[in-house]
Ligand binder design. Sequence first.
Ligand code: COA
Ligand code: MG
Length: 290
Amino acid sequence: MRARRALLYMPGDDLHKVEKATTLGVDTICMDIEDGVALNRKAEARATIAHALQTLNFGRSERLVRINPVGSGLEEDDLQAILPHHPDGFVIPKVRSAGQVHWVSEQLAQAEWAHGWPERDMVLIALIENARAIVNLAEIAGSDPRLQALIFGAEDLAGDIGAIRTREGREIHYARSAVVTYAAAFGLQAIDMVFMDIRDTEGLCVESLQGAQLGYSGKQIIHPNQVVPVQETFTPSDEAIAQARRVVEAAAQHQAAGQGAFTLDGMMVDAPVVKTAEWVLERARAAGKV
Ligand code: COA
Ligand code: MG
């Protein structure tokens, strides 16, 4: 799967921001038609995104579009306007059930068939941001072969359950952990919540690292200044890669000698430690580092 260390949103009706996004070297660009766009600008956003997909060079960045929620009454027009221009995939917000993912997937299948594009050419990512989605995580995570990642939406979730947001985030910790756990159980990527204070780079780095430590492979971002700190945090450092290699190599040697557990630098190494080291190497590979 491709790296999605940072997923940058911008309002789909703002061509300048879309153009700017293509110059930032960000893994994923997500042009929004949902909550970042005013109700009376939805048509403008659809037209602007269609234009951007036709005319801009996105380089190596992935081209995603966040449609309005299934059931909002806007989603069909969103898909109809965007699908002919073949983005790399769609983000479905406020997902509540597997059926909603299936419905979008079916629209993509029809477009692929109608245009003669390869089957499952376009991917789906589900935003987990309400209580119902947390309760239905297993059915959503296992819903569709197009689904590649789950995104955790902390602000909407807090609104949905009546929590008061704090810097520490205890109020959303259960959901944040649940999303990353179910994503892993179904072989999906997990993309962490937005850090809202665009001036506070230090706070952004702390929260990004927390997400990486929880097992997230990337983070949603909302401003160009967030690209570098976030992508760096989700890229294993040279030291981490070197250490992971040592662990994997030493484990292979000890396995061959019939030893499942051994010590390295005074620390016990066994299967789960090796698994963690393999994750580090996997992330480094996805980021093009090894
Ligand atoms: N993507 C691409 N470019 C962006 C950007 C984004 N998300 N946010 C800001 N920029 C650009 C600005 O257009 C400006 O470009 P310029 O220097 O060429 O004029 C530059 O980066 C600096 O922007 P700045 O002045 O610091 O921010 P702003 O006041 O223009 O915008 C926000 C602040 C919060 C409105 C803006 O960052 C934004 O729209 N973020 C995304 C919001 C969103 O999509 N929300 C829904 C998903 S959570
Ligand atoms: Mg949201």
